[in-house]
Design a protein around this ligand. Structure first.
Ligand code: OAD
Length: 243
């Protein structure tokens, strides 16, 4: 990261009246939550099969394995604390937050109205689709439980491969990105669609696109500015105080 890049990002953010953050797993990496794809570590999907652990087919075939995997990830999230980037984002009250992350670190840093495109790991929901949803104890042992409303299995309230994104969240995120005058793209490989398509939505509507990532990402090509660095090192310096 050069001083010029940081100064430019800071000036653009100061000018922005409708800034939106679009984040991925890299935002929470410095809090100790593993990423999925990473040049340095390989990420979770280099060690684990996503179709086995994060798909309706995987859950049907091996529910205990899937629940154990989510219990492990829930414990990692419960142990984690918000980092400097979460805190800086939450402190800028005019930033709207769209995230692919299922953790609650932005909320724990004080952010309001976070749009979780891929759901929230701290809740279970009915796999049968009756709409029941409940918070879980992230430290508890995994166990298959029936939905108290309809008897279908409960499962983590996250979006699995092959599943649709929650429609209300998607529509709100699309509106926020279309209205944005600056999109701060933090810690995402930007390869998972439809979520990553929101970067193009914002760009096509005229927003400046600023990417923060220590490595190359699929968003670099549409960015007006790419800042190479870790979120916790870079984001606080970009975001001035503004209520
Ligand atoms: P990925 O794991 O695909 O990408 C993480 C990105 O974070 C990479 O581009 C890293 O270079 C970058 N990164 C690593 N450390 C960083 C740091 N300290 N600061 C900033 N950036 C850093 O994560 P996502 O793009 O979020 O979906 O992945 C998208 C979706 O793929 C996830 O939501 C999940 C996964 O499969 C579902 O579970 C549906």
């Amino acid at each position: 990261m050069s001083r010029d890049e940081l100064a430019t990002a800071r000036a653009w953010l100061a000018e922005a009246t409708r800034p939106v953050s679009f984040s991925g797993a890299g935002l929470s990496a410095e809090s100790g939550v593993p990423t999925f794809r990473d040049a340095a570590t390989g990420g979770l999907w280099s060690a684990f099969d996503p179709m086995r652990l994060a798909s309706p087919e995987g859950f049907a075939a091996e529910p205990d394995l899937v629940l154990a995997w989510y219990a492990w990830r829930r414990q990692a999230v419960a142990r984690a604390e918000p980092n400097a980037a979460h805190r800086a984002l939450a402190a800028r009250r005019d930033v709207r937050h769209v995230t692919q992350n299922v953790d609650d670190l932005l909320e724990r840093a004080g952010a309001r109205d976070v749009l979780h495109l891929h759901g929230t790991i701290g809740d279970d929901r009915c796999h049968g689709g009756c709409g029941h949803r409940e918070p879980v104890d992230c430290g508890a042992e995994p166990a298959q439980r029936p939905c108290p409303r309809c008897g279908a299995p409960l499962r983590p309230a996250v979006v699995w491969f092959g599943e649709a994104l929650p429609g209300d969240v998607w529509r709100a995120a699309e509106t926020a990105c279309r209205d944005a005058d600056l999109l701060l793209v933090i810690g995402t490989s930007a390869v998972v669609h439809p979520a990553a398509g929101l970067i193009d939505v914002a760009g096509a509507a005229g927003a400046r696109i600023v990417v923060v990532n220590p490595d190359a990402s699929a968003a670099d090509g549409v960015a007006d500015l790419v800042v190479r660095g870790r979120a916790g090192d870079v984001v606080p310096g970009m975001l001035g105080e503004r209520k």
